[in-house]
Design a protein around this ligand. Structure first.
Ligand code: SAM
Length: 624
């Protein structure tokens, strides 16, 4: 199954630089006014939406959402960000969503920015986080968390129907309607109307009659006002209703579990102003997240199924989380030095070649290995997961309580948590992030989870091995040394669920290493490899291999509805490092009613409710 909207490879913009102005060859149109692009952007989009006045009047804790058609050089973002930082209260957040069919290559982006010294710092930050040219949504945080950019690489016609947001102001950009008629269609105007908050505004540089009529037909009130420079007129307008700024809810959040899922959710909520208490009887990252080293990687595929799209999108998002949190900050915590993937069998080999040829993976993120059959993920690496969790939990609004939550129940519109010792605790929202133990908390026995026992062997580094810098994945994995030890693993056992280490599992790991990576096996000592320890974890996985992330449904209600204030992030299998940041971003966005970092198809594919709906086949599709 392919998912239509984000299954098309991204083609970069081909530019003709005419003096300082980039001109798109495909449209024969400049990205902004040749006279003064910055002044045009301010006049048309910033002033056309009265942003200065609206930003200045935002209440504390407000979230303002701008959506744009055509990101181009990001000039409109830079102008809007500068205005927001100057005018809006310090604890408000700007979400900027921009859909772009032909993104600029990073070098072109920097070249365009070099002409605006007034934006040098913001432009540098943008260039640092500019996403790879892969289809779909890319959430990037800027300005110490004041601005969230969601760049969507797709055609607006395809993308907008799949976005989930409540937009306060539209930047209707895109090349001149005469040169780009495909974009300026009723489907675009109707999608804008669907995503608009009551009283949402729009502004566009054009005054074309069919654009005015299309927007009017979609329900916008449209006015002609003076355009920029030589353009006599442009259009501005709004949807019906009184516009009101959305204010983030805040309160107390309980997160159950201090592994990768819990730590990422706690961090995402704390950054949005929630006071977070994380409960875990064993402390930080003692379950499946507790291995000495874990690999930051994904398994690229040629097929844009929801599952593969989640794998790609969550991997790229995890790289952004690591980058913005400065992790790993020292060699002791790992390194993003690239990951190699060697195919363990012909099927995997074909899949890897297919991924390389699919166009879904840009070259800066996926390359063939030059000295071995296999793939190189240059952005990936290996990290020490318990240190990553501790790093995320180190936030003034997060507190760790080393206690077991034995029961979770709604009470007076809050969630009451029964602990195995001491008085019960209450929170406004709760996030279940304790893997399969979730089932014991509150009638969640319908969750179709599997436990997969995995034992990893810790092998002493040798003179030949201690300088290895890249993790290698095959049917198992091998990491560079941390604390003088390499992780060799891991076993995959569906039938055993005990945590007792097993000498024969170390033998299995070493036999697999010898078979798949004979050179590394020999450098580690061959038959004399010294196993100095091992660790057993139970990976929790769902039956469709995707995590369960989002609102927790009331399984007994018909028609189905979510339990207010209850969320979960579980079943990350052996991909927790990669999958948990995007799931945390999603849950925090649901909690705060922000634009979602995933499209509606992925939202449904991750929603825990999908399993209830599958059981009740006649129920309609899950919609948020
Ligand atoms: N806002 C941009 C800036 O600040 O630099 C300038 C935008 S430029 C005039 C128009 C942009 O719209 C181009 O980047 C172009 O690739 C994009 N575009 C054109 N048609 C599109 C479509 N159907 N879907 C998404 N983007 C489109």
């Amino acid at each position: 199954m392919t998912s239509a909207p984000f299954a098309t490879p991204v083609t970069a913009a081909e530019l003709d630089w005419q003096a300082d102005t980039p001109v798109a060859l495909a449209y024969d149109d400049p990205y902004f006014s040749r006279d003064d692009g910055t002044a045009e952007s301010r006049h048309v989009f910033v002033d056309g939406n009265a942003l200065g006045r609206r930003f200045a009047a935002l209440p504390a804790g407000a979230t303002f959402v701008i959506a744009e058609t055509g990101f181009g050089t990001g000039l409109n973002l830079l102008c809007a960000m500068a205005c927001f930082l100057a005018e809006a209260p310090a604890d408000s957040t700007l979400h900027f969503i921009s859909v772009e069919k032909h993104p600029l290559r990073p070098a072109d982006l920097r070249r365009a920015h070099s002409h605006w010294p007034q934006f040098a710092a913001l432009a540098e930050e943008l260039a640092q986080v500019y996403p790879p040219l892969a289809p779909g949504l890319h959430r990037r945080w800027l300005c110490q968390g004041r601005v969230a950019l969601t760049l969507v690489f797709a055609d607006v016609q395809d993308a907008l129907p799949h976005l989930h947001a409540r937009v306060d102001a539209w930047f209707l950009d895109g090349f001149a309607p005469a040169r780009n008629p495909d974009m300026w269609q009723p489907t675009l105007f109707n999608a804008m109307a669907r995503l608009s908050a009551p009283g949402a505004s729009f502004a566009t540089f054009t005054a074309a009659g069919f654009v005015r009529r299309g927007l009017t037909a979609a329900g916008f009130q449209v006015d002609r006002v003076p355009g920029f420079g030589r353009k006599r007129e442009m259009l501005v307008g709004r949807t019906a209703g009184d516009w009101q700024a959305a204010v983030r809810p805040t309160g107390q959040a309980a997160v159950i579990g201090a592994g990768l899922a819990g730590a990422t959710c706690a961090r995402a909520l704390a950054e949005r102003g929630w006071q977070v208490t994380v409960f875990d009887p064993q402390g930080i990252a003692q379950g499946a997240s507790g291995n000495l080293a874990g690999v930051v990687y994904t398994t690229p595929s040629p097929h844009a199924t929801a599952q593969n799209r989640f794998y790609q999108s969550s991997y790229l998002n995890a790289l952004h989380w690591l980058q913005r949190h400065g992790f790993p900050g020292c060699r002791d915590d790992g390194a993003l030095s690239g990951v190699r993937q060697y195919p363990p069998d012909p099927r995997q080999q074909a899949r890897q070649h297919g991924a390389l040829d699919s166009g879904l993976w840009p070259e800066d993120q996926l390359q063939p290995c030059t000295d071995h059959d296999g793939l190189l993920l240059p952005g990936g690496g290996y990290i020490r997961p318990p240190h990553w969790c501790a790093h995320l939990l180190d936030h003034p609004r997060i507190r760790l309580v080393q206690q077991r939550v034995t029961h979770l129940a709604p009470r007076d519109e809050r969630w009451q948590l029964t602990l195995d010792e001491g008085p019960a605790q209450a929170a406004d929202i709760a996030v279940i992030a304790n893997a399969a133990a979730a089932r014991e908390l509150c009638q969640l026995d319908w969750l179709p989870l599997k436990l997969i026992r995995g034992q990893v062997s810790y092998c002493r580094a040798t003179d030949a091995s201690h300088d290895w810098s890249q993790a290698i994945c095959h049917s198992g994995y091998l990491t560079p040394a941390l604390d003088g030890l390499h992780c060799v693993g891991a076993t995959f056992d569906l039938r055993r669920h005990d945590l007792q280490p097993d000498a024969s599992d170390n033998d299995r790991n070493l036999a697999e290493l010898a078979a798949q990576l004979p050179e590394q096996w020999a450098q580690l000592g061959g038959p004399d490899i010294e196993v100095v320890g091992e660790r057993v974890g139970l990976r929790c996985q769902s039956i469709d291999f995707l995590p369960l992330a989002g609102e927790v449904p009331d399984a007994r209600a018909l028609p189905h509805r979510p339990l207010p204030g209850l969320y979960m992030s579980i079943a990350h299998g052996s991909r927790g490092i990669t999958g948990t940041p995007l799931c945390a971003e999603l849950i925090a966005a649901l909690v705060n009613d922000e634009p979602l970092p995933v499209d509606t198809e992925l939202l449904g594919a991750l929603a825990p409710a999908r399993f209830i709906l599958r059981q009740r086949k006649k129920q309609p599709e899950w919609t948020p």
